[in-house]
Design a protein around this ligand. Structure first.
Ligand code: BDR
Ligand code: CA
Length: 319
């Protein structure tokens, strides 16, 4: 598979299902997806917080954006691993740091996997965009193997040549390595936005100020969320000027492909290593023995231009 064969086609908005665990950066990804994609649905998974909270947070975001996009909750726990969350980054609610309203409506169902399968069978060319643990996507692919050749592809946030939850593993893959392995082996177009690219994309104080300068409550709440998120990053890292805004990158990889450089690689998920469980093993060998690529790995982002996409999307929903 060549890199160009996997690049999204410029033109009409891509139709996507956003599979998420909000999560501060997931919340920003919802804004960008609402602005720049045909957002068919939001599915939620346990990850940054327990499922009841990630679902609640997704519903709050749809309210704040005035969306009637369906929200379906999915897997309450990983396939094999015990459920473990990320309150140390996102707070106990998954979206600490802002005075958020209660959601106005319940989730449309707790059958996210059925929603994914039915939507991908009834709609041509859907992109799945998992930005949390990949449990829902793996369960959908296992229950409906035909999805692998029905969908346009999968654009995911996860992995990297270094980890954050462990020295080797990024959180989304560490949380459910068996699910991630199924996704990376599914056989269709795959775009990986890992830590190498997402750590280039930081919510620095001037960028948060730019969000806060957008008039209205949405921008104020999102600036508060980014401030909290950035505080956890700058106090936990030696070298970051703000939170890495990971998740919108997986959306913008489809909607704004020109903002990124990418390289075609073979990537597998380590599921058994004593120290490396959840690691993306990226074959970077410049050797003829290297494995054929199964994935486009994003390597660089035009970070100023990408953050401008976020600010503009927030402004668009603030009018
Ligand atoms: C990923 O983990 C979560 O904390 C973020 O929402 C992002 O999806 C980054 O490792
Ligand atoms: Ca996430």
């Amino acid at each position: 598979m060549s890199p160009t064969s996997m690049s999204p086609i410029a033109g009409p908005k891509p139709s996507i299902i956003l599979d998420c665990d909000p999560g501060h950066d997931d919340a920003i990804a919802i804004v960008v997806a609402a602005r720049h994609t045909n957002l068919l649905g939001i599915t939620t998974v346990a990850g940054n917080a327990p499922l009841s909270l990630t679902t609640r947070n997704a519903l709050i975001m749809t309210d704040l954006l005035g969306l009637d996009t369906p929200v379906h909750s999915g897997a309450e726990r990983p396939l094999v691993a015990p459920p473990r969350h990320a309150g140390y980054v996102h707070g106990a609610s998954g979206l600490d740091g802002a005075d958020l309203p209660d959601p106005s409506r319940p989730a449309d169902s707790d059958h996210a996997i059925d929603f994914i399968i039915d939507t991908c069978r009834s709609t041509e060319g859907v992109w799945l965009v998992p930005i949390g643990p990949m449990t829902n996507i793996a369960l959908a692919l296992r229950a409906a193997p035909d999805l692998a050749h029905r969908i346009a592809g999968i654009s995911l946030m996860g992995g990297g040549t270094f980890g954050n939850r462990t020295a080797a593993a990024e959180f989304n893959l560490w949380a459910d390595p068996e699910a991630a392995a199924m996704v990376f082996e599914y056989g269709g177009p795959l775009i990986m936005s890992g830590l190498d690219v997402t750590h280039q994309f930081q919510a620095t104080p001037p960028r948060i100020d730019a969000v806060r300068a957008v008039p209205g409550r949405l921008a104020e709440l999102l600036a508060d969320l980014l401030t909290f998120f950035s505080h956890t990053y700058t106090t936990r890292h030696d070298d970051m000027g703000g939170a890495a805004v990971h998740d919108p990158i997986a959306v913008m990889a489809l909607t704004h492909p020109d903002l990124f450089t990418r390289v075609a690689r073979h990537v597998v998920i380590e599921t058994r290593g004593e120290h490396t469980r959840g690691m993306t093993l990226i074959d970077q060998r410049a050797l003829i023995e290297r494995h054929p690529p199964n994935c486009d790995v994003l390597t660089h982002v035009d970070d100023d231009a990408a953050f401008a996409v976020i600010t503009e999307a927030i402004a668009a929903f603030s009018r």
